[in-house]
Write a protein that binds this ligand. Structure first.
Ligand code: TRP
Length: 438
């Protein structure tokens, strides 16, 4: 079968940035920065993103274009039979992440529907918290929205790399930037917003600790979609011999920039209304609605906010499903569309316990974790770092000459520095996160 390809380099960059920019940038980043002391966390995150993150991003894209296969096949081609197991690990990671990611995607969809219907806002932040809790505990509703979000994802992936994923990204990524700029303009013109800006950009090093460093490194993986073959799979659809280094830099730049924009969109508004920036995962679903409720034309801005969350989540979920579907198609020798639907059905089923983790299945725990927290912990604390380690060793040691030829076909002065990051710094820092996580 002829292998799918991106229509253009721009399409590839936007699709990869779409994978990276997701709930991580808009939902997780503001509350992590909020809880970890603002600017200090951000500076550390930036430094790690442009060294370790950029190195691994380039390595994944290069492995993908050199291997030209699904993730399992690419690992086997470039590393030998035993490496196929590493590919399998990445597929499992993608499967687990999408199971709970799609549940949160469903929440954003539900809040979008509710704001459009004009029923999500009340003046009282206390009742918004209670409302969020009763929503996530309502099994029938959360499973329905999880199904709807998964259906959107599989419709895009099933339509193919160029007609589905690339087309979606070309429309939605620019839309997302515009939506975010509108929301930022609104947030920054609120009286009292400057405290939030200051919080984001004036570092308070007293709140800095080793855990800031580890949290920031872990978040670089998650927010750049590294460690589970998303960029390998996307790279495998890239034709030609153009150097990959600049594409990787673009994607990191767009992803990091969007996370900063996410912070600017949320934190100044939170400060302007005297809310707690360290409110945790409820920041998007409880604090922000409270902020919108107090704002003129709040319904409109709330709709734009949940639209941008949904859009960002969708361009990421398609990349997760694509990794799994491409590997399944290759393993079973079936078509891409059939593989996408099969994988989506299985992931939907695995996501049901995650969806019910805040209600009916709240007390079914393993190691004290609900299915939702367990899937999250296994994937982000164990499988992603492990995947990152395998990528680094494969790209930096086993297949370096092929990776280098992809990154800079006629050589470049920075290649030794890139190799140092990929082959030495990346495995060592991943080892530290892994040990810490356990
Ligand atoms: N990067 C996405 C986000 O920030 C999540 C994501 C998509 C992801 N694909 C991934 C995370 C692959 C790790 C690996 O929301």
């Amino acid at each position: 079968m002829k292998r799918s390809q991106w229509g253009s380099r721009l399409g590839f960059i936007l699709a990869s940035a779409g994978s990276a920019v997701g709930l991580g940038a808009i939902w997780k980043f503001p509350y992590m920065a909020g809880a970890q002391g603002g600017a200090a966390f951000i500076l550390v995150y930036l430094a790690i993103a442009f060294t370790l993150g950029l190195g691994l991003m380039a390595a994944e894209m290069a492995l993908g274009r050199a291997g030209r296969g699904g993730i399992v096949e690419t690992f086997r081609r470039l590393g030998g039979r035993a490496w196929a197991l590493g590919g399998l690990l990445a597929v499992i990671a993608g499967f687990l992440i999408l199971s709970f990611y799609s549940v949160v995607g469903g929440w954003t969809l539900a809040y979008l529907v509710a704001t459009v219907a004009g029923t999500s806002l009340t003046q009282d932040p206390g009742s918004l918290g209670a409302r969020f809790e009763s929503f996530v505990a309502d099994g029938a509703r959360v499973v329905t929205y999880h199904a709807a979000f998964m259906a959107l994802t599989v419709l895009v992936v099933g339509a193919g790399v160029q007609k589905g994923i690339e087309r979606l990204s070309k429309w939605l990524m620019p839309t997302l930037f515009v939506l975010m700029l509108v929301l930022i303009a609104r947030a920054l013109t609120l009286p009292g917003a400057s405290a939030g800006v200051e919080y984001l950009f004036r570092p308070d090093w007293s709140s800095f600790s080793t855990s800031t460093l580890l949290e920031a490194t872990g978040f670089v993986f998650f927010s750049l979609s590294l460690g589970m073959g998303a960029m390998i799979t996307y790279g495998s659809y890239l034709d030609g011999r153009a150097p990959l280094a600049s594409s990787a830099t673009w994607v990191v730049f767009l992803a990091v920039g969007t996370a900063l924009l996410g912070g600017l969109m949320v934190l100044p508004a939170v400060f302007a209304f005297g809310m707690d920036p360290a409110a945790g995962p409820g920041l998007s679903f409880i604090t922000m609605p409270a902020v919108f409720a107090q704002m003129p034309a709040g319904e409109l801005f709330a709709t734009l906010f949940f639209l941008s969350l949904t859009v960002a989540a969708l361009t990421s979920s398609v990349s997760l499903l694509e990794v799994v579907a491409a590997a399944v198609a290759e393993a079973l020798g079936i078509g891409h569309r059939a593989a996408a639907w099969m994988s989506a059905a299985a992931i939907f089923a695995a996501g049901i316990p995650c969806a019910l983790s805040f209600g009916a299945m709240r007390s079914y725990t393993v190691f004290g974790l609900t299915a939702f927290d367990l899937f999250d912990a296994i994937s982000s604390k164990l499988l992603l770092p492990l995947g990152g380690m395998l990528v680094a060793v494969l790209a930096g040691w086993v297949a370096w000459s092929r990776v280098a030829a992809q990154l800079a076909p006629s050589g470049a002065a920075w290649l030794p520095a890139a190799r140092l990051v990929i082959a030495v710094i990346a495995p060592l820092s991943v080892l530290v996160i892994l040990l810490h996580g356990l």
